[in-house]
Design a protein around this ligand. Structure first.
Ligand code: CA
Ligand code: CA
Length: 137
């Protein structure tokens, strides 16, 4: 875990570089797929939903959340990922929904950079690392 400053441009640049985004999505998918069956179950995807921190933070400020409420929202999110409702999320579903969520996140940020606690290996962390490598080059 580390605290990083993230802005919408970092996320948008990451998504728009399709080749790099595909590779990162694939790596993340393989890493989440604990039983290596090529599909993400609810429990496997939960790890990713938690790392996106869609609930715990509101513009970088931690807010109190009710665990039952959190569980309900995660279930709703899983259903959103599972486009064909077969109970598991495949790579295509994971990719398109992650992309959609990241675009929504970028839009929600506007132009103000946001401080976030990011997990090692999470897609947002990869986006930040990519951006700083680019700046350093
Ligand atoms: Ca699996
Ligand atoms: Ca599915």
């Amino acid at each position: 875990m580390s605290v990083e400053v993230l802005d919408s441009a970092t996320i948008v640049n990451f998504i728009e570089d399709e080749e790099a985004f595909d590779v990162s999505i694939h790596d993340r998918f393989v890493c989440l797929d604990a039983d290596h069956d090529g599909l993400l179950s609810y429990v496997e995807l939960l790890k990713e939903l938690q790392s996106l921190r869609v609930l715990e933070t509101h513009f970088g400020v931690d807010v109190e959340t009710d665990p039952e409420e959190v569980a309900r929202v995660y279930e709703t999110l899983f259903v959103q990922f599972d486009h064909d409702s077969n109970g598991v999320v495949d790579l295509e579903e994971f990719k398109s929904e992650t992309k959609r969520m990241m675009v929504a996140m970028a839009n929600g940020m506007g132009f103000l950079p946001v401080q976030m606690v990011l997990e090692e290996g999470s897609l947002l962390k990869v986006a930040v690392e990519r951006e700083s490598t680019k700046l350093a080059a």
